[in-house]
Design a binder for this molecule. Sequence first.
Ligand SMILES: Cc1ncc(COP(=O)(O)O)c(C=O)c1O
Length: 440
Amino acid sequence: MAAPIIYPQTNPKATEQLNIVSGNGVYVYDDKGKRYLEGMSGLWSASLGYGNEELIQAANDQLHKLSFAPLFGGKTHEPAMQLSHALAEIVPIKNAKFFFGNSGSDANDTILKILRYYNHVEGRPEKKKIISRHRGYHGVTMSSTCLTGLPALHQNFNLPIEELGILHTDCPHYYREQQKGETEEQFCERLINNIKRLIEKEGAETIAAFIAEPISGAGGVVVPPRGYFDKLQPLLAANDIMLIADEVITGFGRTGQAFGCNTFDIKPQLLTLAKAMSASYLPISASVVSDEIYQALVEPANEVGVFGHGYTYSGHPVCAAVASKTLEIYKRDNLFGYAHYCGEYFQQQLNKLAPLDTIGEVRGKGMIAALEVVSDKDKRTPAPDIAGKIANACLEHGLLVRQIYGNTIALCPPLVITYAQVDELVDKLKRSILMVIRGR
Ligand SMILES: Cc1ncc(COP(=O)(O)O)c(C=O)c1O
């Protein structure tokens, strides 16, 4: 009998397909003892793989010392303070301030609330719309679902998208969204012009921010066209619109540098972090804001007293201790540098699959990638059924991948994967694709 769980992001008529019971390094094992190479780091997140003794020890030590203490009402504790200092050293915002939460979704929610608060304090409460992008993924709380640009996640929820002032603009996927004969540069130009027109239509005075993942993950691992962020940022700055970089997937080495912002030369005023911040050993996230925004939270203190936002588990000491240890390991083992070099190898090896019959596009950067599956390469006809069969064949071959946005196979292995394990991953993937192409 199925467990009485409402499973997340799952077809309720197809639950409990795979029961994972343990993990070690880049591998996980199911209840029958079968081993899988975790090609998705769980959910783009278990960057240090499984069974890392240092992280387990960090959690254990902190549990013994102080299992919980809140940050409400003027109290603090060492693990949260230490984590904020360690993050401040590496994030792409100078003099940044950190609000800790439990997930990427609540971190984006917090950012929207902080932006509203900021603009209210600054005397322009009407400046609260947010531009997001089709196929962007920003989470599933009420407001982060509205930011998310995936129709499948909006269906039946009757969301307050308009009420929250969420606007959606183009997905920057050249392969899929280009018009006939359009070069990558022209495509980029067209998208930026569309954003410009949207700003003019809505009025810059009503738009607080633009939110973007440096590389969209769940929307299909969309790598933006060359020059996209270079052209976008001056446009936003000219209109006094802030940029929120959602680094929930791309943060902490994933794209081969510390942050996706470093890879794409993005200078955001706000940042969302989660997932690899604690290598997924425990849940913790951060909404990161510039000092200018933070001052707007401080200013009204005499009038309103507290800044009225916070979760019971904001900066939970055990999660914070594990996150600090994660950052220490990244630095000590130069894992962002490793992700850069191993990521180049990963992309090279994956690109060898591009000539295969059903593979329309291989794309990615660093240690995140995707294969777009098509039934006709010239027409680029999306083939979600074939993508599903490939994902199942991978399972058979002992490789976990994820079928996303219908016809895309996503890959996002732990940063600690070795070159030999990259070969193993690509070999298993190739054999799975060939099995589907050959119909067995
Ligand atoms: C870019 C991005 N933002 C936000 C989220 C939401 O994070 P969470 O699932 O921790 O709420 C995700 C989750 O995959 C994500 O990929």
